[in-house]
Design a protein around this ligand. Structure first.
Ligand SMILES: Cc1cc2nc3c(=O)[nH]c(=O)nc-3n(C[C@H](O)[C@H](O)[C@H](O)COP(=O)(O)OP(=O)(O)OC[C@H]3O[C@@H](n4cnc5c(N)ncnc54)[C@H](O)[C@@H]3O)c2cc1C
Length: 505
């Protein structure tokens, strides 16, 4: 017999879970169907190296975009921790240290790299202007989409043109002179986005990286990313949401009959697609939307000790923020050109951070006492197409390249710092875009499901929550929605609001 629900949610990622909580709180009967054995999608903590009590944020690792309002509305005990260091970038003369409050050490560090005071002044001006932009844009995220004109008028500042009307590369080249500094700025436009500095895809990605909670600060999830998911699962369970894991939605009819691979069938008044829009298109028989492919490798590591740096910088400082290496502007542009031509970049731009320097709770007491740490590396400009012919071989090659590059800045080679399993293998795993498609259903490994959009609608477009589809009772409730992407809960919240607004009371 077919079971009826007010809302069936396809996918139990964090956005699906957030939508389920809001809807159940409003009295709706909600069913969440998740393809994998576990809930959480790309926001999970896992014991990646089974011999060690270390629960790594296996995919997503930092939080900025999740509005505090969602945490408070749902009464979640989820906390994020700030970092005193924003970033460290080793270079031939030492290292560019940017502290979170742009202190005297930051000023000194800019001076050492650039030989003048002007680059730091430019930095402060640029990011102060961006803060103004963030303070206007962030509060709109949980409301219906503003129009382009409304948002432009609200911002009313030249930064609008720099971030929205002109390619990001133009602003960076105008504002900054130094190649390393320009690269540090550009990386926020490239995380999860395969783009040249002069393509608007970089602008959109940049904006999402700089507006979270009106500050753009990236914070460490206490207890790891999985803590957010367990909080949400507990809340949803308490509110009466029904979950079915290991259940793949294989078709959704026009009348909203949802069929699964387990032979079950459910009828729904509304369907929310937490899965990627490409997957929604497959199961509804619609045309698949085109999108950029994922272009990053993620390397998860467990270290028995932190490596020392050739620059003499304290590793506890250098690795606690974002540690950029080989991410100068010219490195990034060259790598993009090479991978666009189908080659593995000669130098793969990358960045890393060490969760356990801010929050040790993801390790057992024994590992903390023994000085163990986790390290997360995110390598850019490595699109899915590079891996199509030989996923394992290309991963091996890219990992070896990245380790060689990294070791140029280290006194202790990274291989000597990695924890070792009982069979002698090192505690390191590399995830390519193809692996991400396989393990968490990200189409071609795109970490945002599809290309990010600007956080507004055009003036002539109808009112919208940014979640609507061609079907009036199917909404996106995942990263592929407008203002989706990242660990934000925003599309989950907005899809729930759309259902509550459009459904009869
Ligand atoms: C390596 C990596 C690093 C990242 N780092 C960060 C970071 O540090 N900070 C940040 O903010 N963001 C980061 N992101 C992006 C962020 O993780 C995602 O954008 C976000 O998790 C998307 O959440 P979601 O709930 O919308 O979708 P997902 O987490 O993708 O969940 C969708 C769920 O739908 C399920 N599903 C798919 N198809 C079906 C089907 N047919 N039937 C049933 N279930 C289905 C999937 O199994 C999955 O569980 C990262 C992503 C990756 C991959």
């Amino acid at each position: 017999m077919q079971k009826a629900y007010d809302v069936v949610i396809v996918g139990g990622g964090h956005n699906g879970l957030i939508a389920s909580c809001y809807l159940a709180k409003a009295g709706k009967r909600v069913l969440v169907l998740e393809r994998e054995k576990t809930l959480g999608g790309a926001t999970v903590s896992q014991k990646v190296f089974p011999e060690f009590e270390a629960r790594l944020s296996r995919y997503a690792y930092l939080v900025s975009l999740l509005p505090q309002k969602i945490i408070e509305d749902l009464g979640l005990e989820f906390e994020t921790l700030g970092r005193s260091v924003a970033s460290f970038t080793p270079h031939d003369l030492g290292g560019l240290l940017v502290s979170s409050d742009w202190d005297a050490a930051t000023q000194e560090s800019f001076l050492e790299l650039t030989g003048s005071a002007s680059e730091f002044e430019s930095w402060k001006t640029f990011y102060t202007d961006i803060l103004h932009f963030a303070q206007i844009v962030a509060p709109t995220m949980l409301k219906k989409l503003p129009t382009r004109s409304e948002l432009r008028e609200a911002v009313s500042h030249p930064i609008w043109n720099d971030l929205v009307e002109k390619p990001l590369g133009v602003a960076i080249e105008k504002q900054f002179q130094n190649d390393v500094v320009r690269g540090v700025v550009l990386t926020d436009g490239l995380i999860g986005t395969f783009s040249d500095a002069h393509d608007f895809a970089a602008n959109r990605c940049f904006i999402y990286h700089l507006v979270g909670n009106s500050t753009g600060e990236w914070r460490v999830p206490k207890g790891g990313m999985g803590n957010l998911v367990s909080q949400l699962v507990d809340k949803a369970t308490e509110l009466g949401v029904t979950f079915k894991t290991s259940t793949d939605v294989v078709s959704i009819s026009d009348s909203l009959e949802v069929k699964t691979n387990t032979g079950e069938s459910y009828s729904a008044s509304y369907v929310l697609a937490n899965c990627a829009p490409q997957i929604l298109a497959e199961v509804t028989g619609a045309q698949t939307p085109s999108s950029l492919e994922g272009s990053q490798v993620k390397i998860n590591m467990l270290l028995a000790k932190l490596p020392r740096l050739k620059s003499g910088a304290d590793p506890k400082v250098a690795f606690s923020g974002t540690f950029h290496f080989d991410e100068s502007y010219s490195d990034l542009q060259r790598a993009y050109a090479q991978s666009s031509a189908g080659e593995i970049p000669e130098v793969v731009p990358a960045e890393m951070y060490c969760h356990t320097l801010t929050d040790t709770s993801i390790l057992s007491d024994e590992l903390v006492a023994a000085g163990y740490h986790t390290l997360t590396l995110f390598g850019l400009h490595t699109p899915a197409s590079l891996f199509d012919k030989d996923n394992e071989g290309v991963k091996k090659e890219i990992t070896a390249r990245l380790f060689r590059q990294l070791n140029r800045y280290l006194l202790d080679p990274i291989e000597d710092c990695l924890a070792v399993n009982s069979d002698g293998t090192l505690c390191v795993e590399t995830k390519s875009p193809l692996d991400l498609e396989e393990s968490v259903s990200l189409p071609r490994g795109n970490i945002f499901h599809k290309d990010l959009s600007f956080p507004f609608r055009e003036d002539d477009q109808p009112e919208s929550w940014g979640v609507e589809t061609a079907h009036p009772r199917i909404f996106l409730c995942g990263a592929g929605a407008i203002r989706g992407g990242g660990v934000s809960g925003i599309p989950g919240h907005n899809a729930a609001m759309a259902v509550l607004e459009y459904s009869p009371r």
